[in-house]
Design a protein around this ligand. Structure first.
Ligand code: FAD
Length: 342
């Protein structure tokens, strides 16, 4: 019997990276009648804004005197939605082959997408969580072990163990203390790196009996069956083991970014960035564009607003490749409108 593979997905454009710039590229391409599939190695969209500073205010987005990282991503998602982008999350693009129809890209989940144009909006590279070195960790990932919180309510009534000493660990401990059956915080020191206000809030919740502190301890082992966690075993600095009741473990040990396979695609690079033609944002390979933090040209600033402009330029330059028989007349959004807009 021969193994069957899912057929390739076909689309106009594959965008590598669902950070703010990749999301705005969906909108720009949609306005020019080009469909997009977006791939990201993280479980959530939003790149650095959502993964590194969701609650921090950004002050230099035009017309928004201040907006948090997560609010900006929510609005970009809403702006892109009329163009029906398809998001492939939790998977990294690992292969890229040129063929007569354009490019075929492949992901770590075995998804293959055939497209006419590739837009690389990969920031500093694929983000992945720093995983704790625990035996059998993979068998609990996605069922009991999560590296990001997508829906807070999913943890209502659960025994939650949170590991880490930074903002994510402390903010989620504070937030989940209200709705979880129990929250235990595991950290190898008795000092936390999180914002002082958040640490003070956590301390109050500890005093009120709503958060259990397991410090200084380190994660040691997981106990459970069929992907369902029952206990997280931690070890204190003298090697004594303590079993914490747990339905869920949230390890927040930060994210690591790596350019990964993109570095092997024979694109001209300059210090871990991809060199582009500043007039179009096309790379040294025809039909492959790079925008946002990953793009390099004289005068490049790693700012979200500059990435937005690059998304517009790349989309206009890509139009001629996706629609070779059609002339692109420049028009404003006020004239064209957006599907579904009043
Ligand atoms: P990113 O946001 O880095 O997103 C890239 C995405 O691509 C990631 O999600 C990554 O997982 C994914 N990816 C990469 N490679 C692959 C692959 N092979 N397969 C699948 N997915 C892949 N900028 C401002 O303009 N104003 C500010 O005030 C500001 N404040 C900041 C504060 C902090 C703390 C930090 C860290 C950054 C700040 N920045 C600010 C910078 C801003 O966040 C970046 O310029 C912006 O996020 C770049 O967007 P991007 O879409 O190019 O890349």
């Amino acid at each position: 019997m021969t193994a069957t593979h899912a057929p390739d997905i076909n689309t106009d454009i594959v965008i590598i990276g669902a950070g703010p710039v990749g999301l705005f590229a969906v909108f720009q391409c949609g306005m020019l009648k080009m469909n997009c599939h977006v791939v990201d190695s993280l479980e959530i969209i939003g790149g650095q804004c959502a993964a590194l500073y969701p609650e921090k205010p950004i002050y230099d987005i035009p017309a928004w005197p201040h907006i948090t990282g997560q609010d900006l991503i929510d609005r970009l998602e809403e702006q892109a939605a009329p163009f029906n982008p398809v998001y492939h999350l939790n998977q990294q693009i690992v292969s890229l082959e040129k063929n007569e129809d354009g490019y075929r890209v492949g992901t770590t989940k075995g998804t293959f997408i055939q497209c006419k144009v590739v837009i690389i909006a990969a920031g500093a590279g694929a983000f992945g969580p720093n995983r704790p070195p625990l035996e059998n960790l993979e068998s609990y990932e996605g069922t009991s072990v999560f590296y990001a919180v997508k829906k807070r309510d999913a943890f209502a009534g659960k025994h939650v163990v949170i590991a880490g000493g930074g903002d994510s660990a402390v903010d989620w401990a504070n937030s989940l203390a209200d709705i979880a059956a129990s929250v235990s915080v595991v950290h190898r020191r008795d000092k936390f790196r999180a914002a002082p206000d958040s640490v003070a809030k956590m301390q109050k919740l500890v005093e009120a009996g709503k958060i259990n502190m397991a410090i200084p301890t380190q994660l040691h082992a997981l106990a459970g069956e069929n992907g369902q966690l029952r206990q997280v075993i931690v070890q204190d600095d003298k090697g004594a083991e303590i079993a914490l009741q747990a339905d869920v473990l949230l390890p927040f040990y930060g994210l690591a970014a790596s350019l990964g396979p993109i570095a092997d695609w024979n694109l001209d690079l300059h210090k871990h960035q991809i060199i582009v033609d500043p007039a179009t944002n096309q790379t040294s390979a025809p039909g492959i564009f790079a925008i946002g933090d990953i793009a390099s040209y004289p005068g490049k600033l790693k700012l979200i607003l500059q990435g937005f402009s690059e998304a517009a330029m790349a989309a206009h330059a890509a139009y001629g490749i996706v629609h070779p028989d059609s002339y692109l007349e420049f028009t404003h959004s006020t004239d064209k409108g957006v599907p579904g807009a009043k």
